[in-house]
Write a protein that binds this ligand. Sequence first.
Ligand code: ZN
Length: 316
Amino acid sequence: MLARFVAPLALTFAASAALAQGPVPNTSPVRGRAEIRLTYLGNAGWEISDGKTNVLVDPFVTQFRSNREAKPGQVEPPPRPSLEEIVTPDAEGINAKIHRADYILVTHGHPDHALDAPYIARRTGAVIIGRETTANIARAYDVPESQLITVRGGEDYDFGAFSLRVIPSIHTALEHKHYFNGSMAGDAPRGLRAPLKFGNFVEGGSVAYLLRLAGHQVLIMGSMNYIEREMEGLRPDIALVGANAQRREIYEYAGRLMRALGYPPLVMPTHWDAYGWAPAQAQARAEAQRFADEVKAASPNTRVIIPKHFEPISVP
Ligand SMILES: [Zn+2]
C-alpha cells in the first residue's frame, strides 16, 4: 500500500511565514508530537492511527458494494433505497478493509455514516461513540452496552491515549434547505431490532469531533455544515471538512470555517466521493478540487490534500 508523506509542514511554513500574504497558519511546533496516519475509507469514513490506537470515523465501506453489483456498462448509480428497504452492511467488503478498531466515532445516524459501525464493533470489540440515535442503532444489532458511549455535544473526554472533544453541529442543508421537511432528521428510538430499514437510520442530531492524538489535533466533520461559534477558537493542525457540492447551500462555507479554526495548516476534504460509485469518481474529485480552491482562497497557506481511497497519509 502506498503511503504519501506530507512535507514537514512546520519547516515549510516557518520558512515562508515572513513572506506570506494574508493569514499565517498556526504552526508552532508541539512537543511530543508523533506521526499519525489518516486513511480515507470513502464517504465520510476515516481510519486515524498513531500506530497504537486505531480510531475509525463514520466507516461506510458498504458503499463500494454497488460497484461489485453493477451491471456491465452501467454508468448511472443504483437508486437510493426506499425508506422501507432493509439495508445490510457489506461484511465481505468490511472484512477486506477494516482489520482493527479501538473506537468508532459516528457523527450522525444516517446510513452512510452509521450502517457499518455496529458490525465493525461486534467484530473488533471497538467502542462506538455517538449520539443516542447511533447508540440505539447499535443496540438493534446487539452491540453490548459496554461498547457504547453516548454523547450530546459539549463533552471533552480523556481516554488516556487520546482525548476527544465533542462539538455540537448541524447537518447538511439537504433538499435545498428543506431538509427538515423530510423524514431522515428525527431520532431513532430504543427497542429497534435488526435487520433495520433504510428509514430507521435517521440523523438523530449531528456532532463533529476534535481528536487529540499523539500531539495532533484533528478536527473531524461528517457533513457539509457547522456551527461557526462552536468552531471558534479550535486550533486543529489537521481538519477533515465535508466538501461535496451541498456545501454551496451554506454562506461562505470555507471562508468562515478557516477563519474560525485559525487557518489550519492541513485540510482534507471528506464526504466528497459520490458514494464510491466508480463512474462518478472523476467528477466527484473535480468538485473536491473546487472545494480545495475555496480553502486556498480563504487561507493561502493551508495545504489541501484530496485523499485517495485506502491510501494512508502520514503526518509527522
Ligand atoms: Zn447525513
